[in-house]
Design a protein around this ligand. Sequence first.
Ligand SMILES: C[S@@+](CC[C@H](N)C(=O)[O-])C[C@H]1O[C@@H](n2cnc3c(N)ncnc32)[C@H](O)[C@@H]1O
Length: 210
Amino acid sequence: MEIKSALIQEYFKGLTEKQVSQFDQLYDLYSFWNAQINVISRKDIEELYERHILHSLGIAKFCTFKPGERVLDVGTGGGFPGIPLAILFPDTQFHLVDSIGKKIKVVTEVAEALGLTNVKASHLRAEQVTDKYDFVVSRAVTRLIDFYPWIKDKFNKESKNAIPNGILYLKGGDLAEEIAESRLKAQLYPLSEYFKEDFFETKYVVYIPG
Ligand SMILES: C[S@@+](CC[C@H](N)C(=O)[O-])C[C@H]1O[C@@H](n2cnc3c(N)ncnc32)[C@H](O)[C@@H]1O
């Protein structure tokens, strides 16, 4: 039988049986939910493991979240990058927010089906979130110049991690202009250093200390 999560296991060794089973279940869960509520491009479902799950986990190649850390996923859509990261880091607390309620319904259903107790999903705009976090993750929401003001006061002052608390944003393409315009001290980490698939050639984790 085909192992759906084989690609994930290739790049993330030592997953538990539970994690492998959770990653395997994502195909059926997203096929079902995406047919009802569009959270990823419909033609992308066959690329789910590479373009959505592995891409989300690119953040983990740069930063290992610690037990007890709190992570906010802004504009999570159907749960990217938050859901794959919550599977990989079961002792870290993830808060996934999106301004569209239907998308949060998909996240809630997927997290429940997987038995993920470290995921909270809320129908909220980022600007309405009042809690504090160690890290903010995101993908494909908006330009940094608009994003940063939404979340700049949402970081815990003390870091538990090897790197200071901050933003870990998945972005692609030529980012020089966007970073210059934002005037933020952003560091770029190319995902092509970790993943050999062509999709990752122009993809980066953008790290901005909070
Ligand atoms: C292109 S989708 C990306 C979804 C997901 N991050 C992914 O990569 O698959 C952008 C999402 O950001 C959400 N969004 C936009 N502005 C937002 C805000 N201010 N607060 C929360 N969510 C927001 C939208 O509702 C949408 O679901």
